[in-house]
Design a protein around this ligand. Structure first.
Ligand code: NAP
Length: 258
């Protein structure tokens, strides 16, 4: 039953994470919202509490900081909060030539997109498996399916999330624990401005509405799917690139990033 689940959503202060939190709350779940921006998290918590009457807890965490992930896990433990569902959504991108990217920005991106996803799943999965319910909804990207020149580390980080998710789907299946990987394409959120991709051909070609993306991810998670690619254009794009020669794919993505 969804209604008595406790759900941890990372990156709940905006975009896809905020919409996913609304989906779980509408289903009657209790929420733990985390990100760095307190006013946004408090506003969402107030909205969800008013709508559903369920408990909503806000925990501030900077997942790029050296102790950010362990501090979040320690707070969960201190407050006796053991999530049934983990939504690994926090993440960001950075467009630019790899060698010109500041090392600190690269490290922060990999800490949030890769390390936090791995560490939170590793820490929270054992209790889910013991209870034989719940699961993980990881947010990767259509970027996960191919290399991304001029956004190299971001694409690689999402390939990691997709690979990890599909492996965990298989490992956890027998225990009744769902692991779903949501792979959105360009979506209208704060992501584009943050990643400096607003002017890229990929984003100028069109962006999906954030609500449609979150609803697709939520429905896929609830029906136990391993992989969700929202929107027919994204599905078609992924399939087309999968069967195209790699050299062509590298050129095409390079063009789309410009
Ligand atoms: N929008 C797209 O086109 C698109 C496409 C494919 C995949 N995605 C993926 O979707 C996920 C959500 O992104 P979005 O599109 O919803 O963008 P967004 O509106 O910018 O949201 C990103 C979320 O991540 C959180 N976050 C970023 N850095 C963090 C840090 N150091 N510590 C903790 N939280 C952090 C942000 O919270 P604070 O700033 O408050 O910390 C925010 O809540 C990301 O993983 C992204 O890679 C997005």
């Amino acid at each position: 039953m969804a209604s008595d689940e406790l759900v941890l959503v990372t990156g709940a202060s905006s975009g896809i994470g905020r919409e996913l939190a609304r989906c779980f709350a509408a289903d009657g779940c209790r929420l733990i919202l985390t990100a760095r921006r307190q006013p946004e998290l408090d506003a969402l918590a107030a909205e969800l509490k008013a709508r559903s009457g369920n408990d909503v807890t806000v925990i501030l965490a900077d997942l790029a900081q050296a102790d950010g992930i362990s501090a979040l896990l320690a707070t969960l433990q201190q407050r006796n909060l053991s999530p049934d569902v983990l939504v690994n959504n926090a993440g960001f991108g950075a467009r630019g030539e790899f060698t010109r990217m500041p090392a600190e920005r690269l490290a922060a991106m990999l800490a949030v997109n890769v390390d936090a996803v791995t560490a939170l799943a590793h820490a929270l999965l054992p209790a889910m498996r013991e209870r034989q319910r719940g699961g993980i909804l990881n947010v990767a990207s259509t970027a996960a399916f191919q290399p991304g020149p001029y956004m190299a580390a971001y694409y690689a980080s999402k390939a990691y999330v997709l690979s990890l998710s599909e492996a965990l789907f298989t490992e956890c299946r027998a225990d009744g624990v769902a692991v779903t990987c949501l792979c959105p394409g360009a979506t209208a959120t704060g992501f584009a401005a943050q990643a400096n991709v607003e002017g890229s051909l990929l984003f100028r070609l069109g962006q999906m509405h954030v609500t449609a993306v979150a609803h697709a991810g939520y429905a896929g998670f609830r029906s136990g799917r391993a992989l969700v690619i929202p929107g027919w254009r994204n599905k078609l794009g992924v399939q087309a690139l999968r069967v195209s020669p790699r050299a062509l794919v590298r050129k095409l993505i390079s063009r789309l990033q410009h």
